[in-house]
Every structure is written in C-alpha cells, then in structure tokens.
Design a protein around this ligand. Structure first.
Ligand SMILES: [Zn+2]
Ligand SMILES: [Zn+2]
Ligand SMILES: [Zn+2]
Length: 153
C-alpha cells in the first residue's frame, strides 16, 4: 500500500471513529497502521512484533488484543476465525454501509479478499441454519481456495 492510500485510509478511519463518538487513540491508530502495511492477515503476536519494528516501541499482547477488539467493533478490522488472524476491512475508504463480510482465503499465499455476498443468499443460509435448530454465533463465511495470482503462476 502506498503512503498516500495509507494516510487516506487512516484519516478515513479517524473520521469514522469521530462519527461514532469513539476515540481513535494513537495506539489504536498504530495497530490499524500495522495491519494496513502488512496487507495480509496477521496474528495478534505478529501485530505486536511488527508494531515494535514500525514504531520502535513494544506493545503488550493484552494491549494488542484490546486494540484489535476495538477496531473490530468499529468494522475497521475483521477477525478470520479459521486462521486466528486479523485483517483490515477493505471498505474503510467507502461510504456505504458495511454488510456481513465474507472472505476468500488463498491456501497458497494466504492473501485474503473481502467480498460482498448478496443479502438474500445470507438470509437463505441463516434460514437453513435456523431450521436445523442451530444457534449461529457468526454468519461470517471464510472460503478457502486458490487466488487468481496463484492459479496463474
Ligand atoms: Zn469489511
Ligand atoms: Zn466498499
Ligand atoms: Zn494466492
């Protein structure tokens, strides 16, 4: 990600936080910055290590988890349960409302794509789940496969 896009995205995240009345502290900003620069999913430990390299100060892992929870709540970061890693939302620069995110995870290079699945498909899925008397914790889908770049190489 180039510096311009990075700064734009951080600004946009800050505006979103101001609008929802929450504080975008320097640490929260740095954690988001760390994930934006990684451009791939990172574990909390990887966030802590990269944070140290980028900002020249160490951050405690509990602190990283707290920052990540905040960023997830604000839809700036998503947790990929199947990888136990975190990735920035690809819609931080967008104005539209955030839908339930679905992810395409490449098993070869671990690049993750956030996609929008049609609302009626998600609703149909939820109905099937309900009719199985199953209580859904999260409707987020994480689909695994091979990305375009890996297919081509
Ligand atoms: Zn998102
Ligand atoms: Zn968008
Ligand atoms: Zn790939």
């Amino acid at each position: 990600m180039d510096r311009h896009t990075l700064n734009n995205t951080l600004n946009s995240a800050e505006v979103a936080c101001v609008q929802s009345g929450v504080r975008f502290t320097q640490k929260r900003k740095n954690v988001l910055n760390t994930l934006l620069q990684a451009e791939k999913p990172l574990s909390a430990y990887e966030v802590a290590a990269t944070y140290g390299e980028l900002f020249g100060e160490s951050i405690q892992i509990m602190s990283v988890y707290r920052m990540l929870d905040f960023l997830i709540q604000e839809d700036l970061v998503h947790k990929l349960s199947s990888l136990n890693k975190y990735i920035t939302c690809s819609h931080i620069l967008c104005d539209h409302e955030h839908n339930i995110p679905q992810f395409l995870i490449c098993e070869q290079c671990e690049v993750v794509q956030e996609i929008g699945v049609k609302k009626n498909i998600i609703e149909a899925l939820q109905q099937s789940v309900e009719s199985a008397k199953f209580q859904l914790a999260s409707p987020q889908l994480e689909l695994r496969g091979t990305c375009k770049a890996c297919q081509d190489s």
